[in-house]
Design a binder for this molecule. Sequence first.
Ligand code: F6R
Length: 240
Amino acid sequence: MEIIITKDYEELSETGAKIIIGTVKKNPYAVLGLATGTTPLGLYKRLIDDCKNNKTSYKHIRAVNLDEYKGLPKEHKQSYAYFMRKNLFDHIDIDLENTHIENGVAADEQSECERYDKILESMRQDIQLLGLGSNGHIAFNEPYTSFESTTHVVDLAESTIKDNARLFNDIEEVPKQAYTMGLKSIMGAKKILILASGANKAEAVYKLVRGEVTEAVPASILQNHADCTLIIDKEAAKLL
Ligand code: F6R
């Protein structure tokens, strides 16, 4: 695993953005695996600025997202589909038809997972962007998720519900379940780029880098990926 330690969040975002922009420039038809959450926001801002100022084009880029809350339609302001439009897709020249995410309000859970797995099988990610949960989750693969998992519905861990409550008016509004890309599909990406910022991620970063590869820490599976880059700021790196 390549580890890049930056002085702060701004440098982390800049470094990550350069890697994604490099992928897009090298292959204008690339498949980008994308994440939501607070961590990639600075990176997305830089992709938007670069698209505007340097005309990097996403016209033929395809995107697959990691996860979506179960029960939220794509128009819901807390849905991850909405997040992606607001924080990235609406500001770059990507064709929304080429962007994919689980349908939080699909009538049938099983068929929705199968539909998403088919999409993922037909579009191997050239690069998969990840954030890191404070409990070591990646996407919504909580501790003890099978390393062999594909798309599935998860019960969110209490700690994840608490972490995410800041984005809702009330903790009661945070959905208790979500669709998530599985660990096997994440590991299928040609390259993985994982970002972590802040002291509350330091313990998870330590376990990801130095800990045992175990289903108790989903992110530890990344030690087995042939091309994984971890970008962390000083605070997140403080236990290494
Ligand atoms: C988001 C996702 C989550 C987040 C993680 C970190 O699509 O899959 O695993 O990456 O919870 O979230 P932030 O970046 O908000 O700290």
